[in-house]
Design a protein around this ligand. Structure first.
Ligand code: ADP
Ligand code: MG
Length: 256
């Protein structure tokens, strides 16, 4: 089943065509990777899917609904969550609080809306806390739940951000370079974790430069270059494709 379909997505910044007529289809329950050299439009594409940036032209259909003009919070409520290339966690809040924040779309009382003293609000807070603690446990973060997020090593901060995205119980999770700055061991742990998400039925769309990670866990790989989709296929097909090798290594790399 198709979960998300983006058609002819186009976006310019001044004279730069960051995206030029990009079509992407995500099948539910799969891991799809979006790769391409720096500046090829990957993060811009995520920003458009999540409603952080408006597109100039194109359509985004999620679960059959045209969400292309929806604000970010409505898309989040529909089940689209993401992490950022540049970590965005609350440094001065605890790990547990950071993760709980991601789940507030499900509460009636809301985080800033007051009403915390009411029984329903209290029950909702407890449920949020349980879900957050369960995620922390699964990600090996439980021992750090009370620590200030800003005091954790970088690799663990990345995991906190992923846990926060998951606490909203998304159907689609967009990960923008989740392994950037991680050690080989941490990258392997993230890879296993992402595969576990897929087994739970969560659809994953992944931007990543670590080719071992991309090729190891993705079923489908989409390649951008200068804002255009130049190729898509299985990891094996992408590895063999001349135009992809050329985009990464230049003309010389494609001759071998
Ligand atoms: P990638 O994530 O593939 O490295 P980006 O989507 O970040 O690429 O950037 C694509 C192009 O759009 C680049 O040329 C970048 O400089 C430009 N760009 C991205 N965001 C902005 C912005 N907010 N304002 C101006 N230019 C931008
Ligand atoms: Mg980027």
């Amino acid at each position: 089943m198709v979960l998300l379909e983006a058609q002819e997505v186009t976006k310019s910044f001044g004279g730069v065509k960051a995206l030029n007529g990009v079509d992407v289809t995500l099948q539910e329950g799969t891991i799809t990777a979006l790769i391409g050299p720096n500046g090829s439009g990957k993060t811009t594409f995520f920003n458009i899917l999540t409603g952080v940036l408006p597109m100039d032209a194109g359509r985004v259909i999620f679960l059959g609904q045209d969400i292309g003009k929806w604000p970010a919070h409505r898309r989040a409520a529909l089940g689209i969550a993401r992490t950022f290339q540049n970590l965005q966690i609350f440094q001065e809040m605890t790990v547990l609080e950071n993760v709980m924040i991601g789940g507030f779309r499900h509460t009636h009382s809301g985080f800033f809306g007051g009403g915390f003293g009411l029984p329903r609000a209290r029950r909702e807070m407890e449920q949020l806390r349980d879900r957050a603690l369960e995620l922390l446990e699964r990600m090996g973060l439980a021992p750090y739940q009370g620590a200030l997020a800003g005091n954790l090593p970088f690799g663990l901060q990345r995991k906190v951000e992923i846990a926060r995205a998951l606490s909203s119980r998304p159907r689609l999770l967009l990960l923008d370079e989740p392994a950037a700055g991680l050690t080989t061991k941490e990258t392997l742990s993230i890879a296993r974790f992402i595969q576990g998400l897929k087994e739970e039925g969560i659809t994953v769309f992944l931007v990543e430069h670590d080719m071992d990670l991309v090729m190891g866990i993705s079923e489908w790989v989409i390649v951008l270059n200068f804002g255009k989709k130049i190729y898509e296929g299985t990891p094996l097909a992408v590895k063999r494709e001349r135009s992809v090798i050329k985009a990464y290594l230049g003309e010389r790399g494609a001759q071998g």
